[in-house]
Design a protein around this ligand. Structure first.
Ligand code: KG4
Ligand code: ZN
Length: 344
């Protein structure tokens, strides 16, 4: 073996696109040596959602300590790193800029390559941290607070978006309904918790399937149906059962996600579905998909919950494959808040 084949690939992954400041050190794609997540949830909770200006200030305060802790827990210094991978979009521009400028400065000073990662790609690659045996083609259902995408993933870095949401993302709809129900932020986990004691048949909310054959999603009408139900009850002076509302809405969202995922499997004939993004932590979604896919002989893969929501490990995982492809970013890399998922 030559020296270069022998050398380990050590990637520092940095994520700051929304409200988590996170850094991780990953060796050879699967050996996660450290993973630090500094969450701003407590700061934003009192506003009922992420306040962009506060988020970027918090990232500025935390990026250095978070990176230092990730390096020290992994027992590595900048000299040991092969490259630094950082999220450059999509996300909040001020938040992204903190990560991008920090990563650029560190990579430049250390004399190592910089790798720009699409946040959506990062979510998908969280699945590779625990599963090295994944064989292409793969299908990904990416469900987060900002995105709901069905993606045909044919090789490392090669994506074809088959469908996406035309309005609200699934997580965004869950967050807005949770807020209206007085359940707090972030809404997805709160809806899941409240649903445990609720009756999913209590309210008949619509399932927006769009035109026949479409793999696109639409959650804003479903969200409005809950808000209208709540407002009508308030006007009549009635109080509705919150767990019943939560359980009925969670079921409606899961029904749509599962229906479209099954359609995509049917159409593409792909035999492995990757679940990704914050909503992939949802127990009902996981269990329903597991049940449906087992019946069809299709494999379901999802990351552990801490790797579903925003984190630096998934950015390092995607960075590892870019490193191997020699796909490095220029020093002019900038934050791109509306970045789409494109093949490299
Ligand atoms: O991927 P993520 O951390 O951030 C974005 O890229 O948007 O996803 C956050 C979203 C939020 O909408 C949150 O409510 C949702 O993921 N989420 C969940 C669960 N955990 C997080 N939704 C449903 N069930 C959960 N257990
Ligand atoms: Zn995310």
């Amino acid at each position: 073996m030559t020296e270069s084949q022998d050398k380990k690939v050590v990637i520092l992954g940095i994520e700051t696109s929304c409200d988590e400041t996170s850094a991780a050190v990953l060796v050879d794609g699967t050996d996660l040596r450290s993973h630090i997540i500094s969450s701003q949830i407590a700061t934003h909770q009192k506003y009922g959602g992420v306040v962009p200006e506060i988020a970027s200030r918090e990232h500025s305060l935390h990026i250095q300590p978070v990176v230092q802790q990730a390096l020290s827990e992994a027992k590595v210094g900048f000299d040991d790193l092969s490259a630094i991978a950082v999220t450059y979009g999509p996300g909040l521009v001020g938040s992204l800029l903190v990560g991008v400028s920090g990563a650029k400065a560190m990579a430049y000073a250390a004399g190592i390559p910089l790798i720009g990662i699409n946040h959506l790609e990062g979510h998908i690659y969280a699945n590779f941290l625990e599963h090295q045996d994944l064989e292409f083609p793969l299908l990904a259902l990416l469900v987060s607070g900002g995105h709901t995408h069905l993606i045909l993933f044919t090789a490392h870095g090669k994506y074809q978006v088959l469908g996406y949401t035309r309005d609200d993302a699934a997580g965004e709809a869950l967050d807005k309904v949770a807020r209206a129900l007085g359940l707090g932020y972030p809404g997805g986990p709160q809806i899941q918790k409240a649903s445990q004691s609720g009756n999913k048949e209590a309210f008949k909310f619509p399932r927006a399937m769009l035109e026949p054959g479409s793999l696109d999603f639409s959650f804003s009408g479903m969200k409005s149906a809950v808000l209208n139900t709540l407002n009508s009850a308030r006007m009549r002076g009635e109080t509705l059962n919150v767990p019943d509302l939560a359980a009925s809405f969670q079921q409606a969202v899961v029904d749509v996600l599962v229906h479209k995922a099954l359609m995509a499997i049917e159409r593409t004939k792909v035999r492995t579905l990757l679940l990704a993004g914050g909503v992939a932590a949802n127990q009902l979604l996981r269990a329903t998909l597991a049940n449906e896919l087992t019946q069809r002989g299709v494999r379901l893969i999802y990351p552990q919950s801490i790797l579903c929501t925003d984190n630096g490990a998934m950015i390092a995982a995607a960075g590892y494959y870019h490193y191997r492809a020699g796909n490095f970013a220029p020093w002019t890399l900038n934050a791109v808040p509306g970045l789409n998922l494109k093949s490299i």
